[in-house]
Design a protein around this ligand. Sequence first.
Ligand SMILES: Nc1ncnc2c1ncn2[C@@H]1O[C@H](COP(=O)(O)OP(=O)(O)OP(=O)(O)O)[C@@H](O)[C@H]1O
Ligand SMILES: O=C(O)C1=C[C@@H](O)[C@@H](O)[C@H](O)C1
Ligand SMILES: [Mg+2]
Length: 182
Amino acid sequence: MIKAPNIILVGPMGAGKTTIGRLISQSMGKEFYDLDKVIEDNAGADIPWIFEREGEEGFRRRETHALSAIVQSDTGDCVFATGGGIVMREENRDILRDNALVVYLYASVAQQLYRTSKSNHRPLLQTGDPKAILKKLFEVRDPLYREVATLIIETDARHPRSVANRVLDAIRRHLKMETTVS
Ligand SMILES: Nc1ncnc2c1ncn2[C@@H]1O[C@H](COP(=O)(O)OP(=O)(O)OP(=O)(O)O)[C@@H](O)[C@H]1O
Ligand SMILES: O=C(O)C1=C[C@@H](O)[C@@H](O)[C@H](O)C1
Ligand SMILES: [Mg+2]
């Protein structure tokens, strides 16, 4: 039997990767994992603690380790949400492109700002003006998300359920197309 691909969601903080990932995994009857949560479970500590003790570099090492482990495990066929910075390392981008169906959840900086304003567990947004930080990150990362993406889904002005339905439709169309071509 052909192994179904892992579905991996990428995009900026507040794009809805965790929220939409959970919804689509339920609809598809697949297991859902959030890489941020996997990193926290492996470390026995939360992300702010990891950033404080090990810096962003320490967190990125853990992130690459967790990403490599999930694509090497033979389960396949799962849905993964990633952290917003997963595309920063070239090594991670190669892993993503070669091993999964990658969905980029696009959100404008205004939406990212609104959706991240309700919590303070994102260390990168605690160091200055969140709007300026999100804008700067977006300029660097948007081309990188596009570089690894199989599919791009716009999330602005859409309820999570509606975004999830669009993702599901796009995945079904893509997989059908692949079957027809091969
Ligand atoms: N399409 C949407 N419309 C409105 N609110 C949304 C939408 N998607 C997510 N949200 C809300 O935005 C907040 C952030 O969503 P979520 O945690 O899923 O983002 P994320 O992409 O996983 O962020 P991070 O990279 O920081 O983990 C949550 O409160 C969630 O309920
Ligand atoms: O955008 C980022 O670099 C991050 C996003 C979060 O999901 C976490 O992975 C962490 O806070 C770093
Ligand atoms: Mg998340």
